[in-house]
Design a protein around this ligand. Structure first.
Ligand SMILES: Cc1cc2nc3c(=O)[nH]c(=O)nc-3n(C[C@H](O)[C@H](O)[C@H](O)COP(=O)(O)O)c2cc1C
Length: 312
């Protein structure tokens, strides 16, 4: 370490970079299973599809990692903080109490993750006090679960917002709605008064039919809505709007009420509420510019909170 760099301060500074959390797993030819928690995962190249992760040369399993021909990247969900801590512990059998199944390449895939990548080892590059493992993705999958975050040495839970909202008592003057994308289209409801974003009295879970997620699931959609998009009042109603993506649970049934409409042809002029029209205009704008903020206000005036401190 250079005499000018304070190691503790350097760690703190590097920890300012917010990441997700992964567990990297492999099965050696002799059947030994290895796994470790890593937030140094990064995507490198799409063509060919390459990812990297850095492992400390001092890791107990380093010799195994240097010889293995494959590894899987398991991206942990908001509910898997325990798994993160478990796989960061040394000297235990990490797989004994963990539910997993073999991937097509033979790597252990943990259950209930957000996404996974099944990789062949492309290269191992010793670099300082770590080795860079470069993997070539052969198979992958992803879900709409909320990812676990990590910054400043602490975990970040995006899904807490959802739990906080669900803990609130049901209120007739509260509307929970969502701007939900699916394959480059937007889910909109057709009502007698015009188009509207899907909404309910609460967000709820997928299995309980009384909330928004349950209604979407009943219509065939698995929606992940980790981000808060707007909080505003429209007359006597308080609106909380989430934003996220959906996947189809089963092939789409014809549904006259819930439509998938292309983003470049949204019926903005035919929205039932002016506030929702303005909100969708902002959504399209942010999508283009890759900025995301939270709108707070009422149907006419408000502020767009962004971490850059912008307003509009
Ligand atoms: C959130 C988090 C992220 C981590 N990221 C890494 C990492 O990117 N690379 C690494 O070598 N260790 C990382 N660690 C530490 C390892 O998981 C830990 O040292 C583990 O025990 C190494 O495995 P082994 O020594 O059992 O082989 C991380 C730990 C935590 C809790």
């Amino acid at each position: 370490m250079s005499e000018f760099l304070d190691p503790l301060e350097l760690r703190r500074a590097l920890g300012c970079f917010a990441t997700g959390v992964t567990v990297i797993t492999t099965k050696l030819d002799d059947g030994t299973l290895l796994g470790f928690t890593a937030n140094s995962f990064s995507s490198v190249s799409l063509e060919p599809p390459l990812v990297t992760v850095c492992i400390a040369a001092s890791a107990a399993g380093i010799e195994g990692w240097r010889q293995t021909t494959r590894f899987a990247v398991n991206i942990l969900s908001d509910e898997q903080q325990e798994i993160s801590s478990h796989f960061a512990r040394r000297g235990i059998d990490k797989f004994a109490d963990t539910t997993w199944q073999p991937s097509r390449l033979g790597n252990p895939l943990l259950e209930n993750t957000v996404a996974w990548f099944d990789c062949r080892m492309h290269q191992v590059i010793p670099m300082g006090d770590h080795d860079i493992l470069v993997g070539r993705i052969e198979f992958f999958d992803h879900t709409t679960r909320s990812p676990l975050g990590f910054v400043g040495g602490a975990y970040l839970h995006f899904g807490l917002l959802r739990q906080a909202l669900d803990a609130m008592p049901n209120r007739r003057d509260l509307r929970v709605s969502a701007v939900v994308e699916i394959d480059g289209k937007l889910l909109l409801r057709r009502t007698a008064a015009g188009y509207a974003v899907p909404s309910a009295f609460r967000l709820g879970g997928r299995e309980d039919g009384s909330g928004l997620l349950g209604e979407l699931a009943a219509a065939g959609y698995d929606a992940g809505l980790p981000y808060l998009f707007a909080v505003y009042e429209d007359g006597p109603i308080q609106h909380i709007v989430h934003r996220g993506q959906a996947t189809r649970i089963h092939p789409r049934q014809p549904n006259d009420e819930l439509l998938e409409l292309p983003l470049d042809g949204l019926p903005l002029e035919s929205m039932a509420s002016r506030a929702e029209r303005v909100m969708l205009e902002r959504f399209l704008e942010e999508r283009k510019s890759n900025v995301s903020g939270i709108y707070v206000g009422d149907a006419d005036t408000g502020t767009l909170l962004t971490l850059a401190g912008g307003s509009g």
